[in-house]
Design a protein around this ligand. Sequence first.
Ligand SMILES: Nc1ncnc2c1ncn2[C@@H]1O[C@H](COP(=O)(O)OP(=O)(O)OP(=O)(O)O)[C@@H](O)[C@H]1O
Ligand SMILES: [Mg+2]
Length: 314
Amino acid sequence: MLNITAKSRLGKHLRQLQYMWQRPKEYGTTIDSTRASQEARQREIMARGLPKRKRIKDVKQILLVASGKGGVGKSTTAVNLATALKIVEPGKSIGLLDADVFGPSVPLMMNIHESPMVNQENLMEPLVNYGVKCMSMGFLIGEASPVVWRGLMVMSALDKLINQVAWGPLDYLIIDTPPGTGDTHLSLVQNLFIAGALLVTTPQKVALEVTRRGANMFKKLDIPVAGIVENMSTVTCPKCMTEISLFGNATLSLAKELGVDILQRIPMLESIAESSDSGKPIVLAAPKSRQAEIYKGLAKDVVTFLSRQEINTE
Ligand SMILES: Nc1ncnc2c1ncn2[C@@H]1O[C@H](COP(=O)(O)OP(=O)(O)OP(=O)(O)O)[C@@H](O)[C@H]1O
Ligand SMILES: [Mg+2]
């Protein structure tokens, strides 16, 4: 049963509805004028343009490791790429930023389980392992703590991980991104001066479809795509050692469609997963292995690509 106040409120709403129903013309005009003013406001916002892409002081070039799909090996690629870059270009300084605020992988994969120190300028000192300067949300929260945040808090955390870190001079900053083409990617791409994006995908159609979306997002935002890394390309039968493509080979047609190269094909190997889990990337755990050579090849491809892109001199 409704109480008396609720009844009278209901009656008032019904009368309002009746009035609107009887005067559709006037209400139509109101909606139209609201829409017109919304459109005008949108035009005004667009006219102001996108936020200016900032450069991180002393960081010469930034490369995003991305893909639409989750679990395809972005973090594995980012970590092996960063350590391989240090081997291929020992004189260069390399940074690795884990932009996956909800599911950071860098602490485990780079075997870093400390918290960063804050220097006199109130900036966090990146933690260094294998010659690579690293920063991750995982360094700031407990290993088992869930991050249950809304978009704005994630953006502010990301801003701190980028701008409140004493990166020092870096030749290359590799950014491992979360799955998808969401807030994190948009925020990185709109706010930072990015030299390029490396797309990681597995050869299944379902992964490639999402990779296409990612590639189109970068295209729209004027970020050059360095190329595609086809991960989990093949598996080797442990009995007869024959290498087979489990998931077909549709990557090539996507690469052609996007006008980019497949830079490397990385086989699916237990040793790659094991070395990541143990905190020593395969390029260091088995430096003479075929898989380590592939990652070093990828590092050389990336160096070639970046040598053609603009360098930050700020
Ligand atoms: N080439 C490979 N061979 C064997 N295992 C691999 C290979 N690449 C990645 N893996 C394993 O697959 C799992 C997912 O990899 P990874 O965490 O790098 O993916 P991701 O794309 O970063 O995932 P997310 O989208 O959740 O961030 C990990 O256990 C990793 O060790
Ligand atoms: Mg990851």
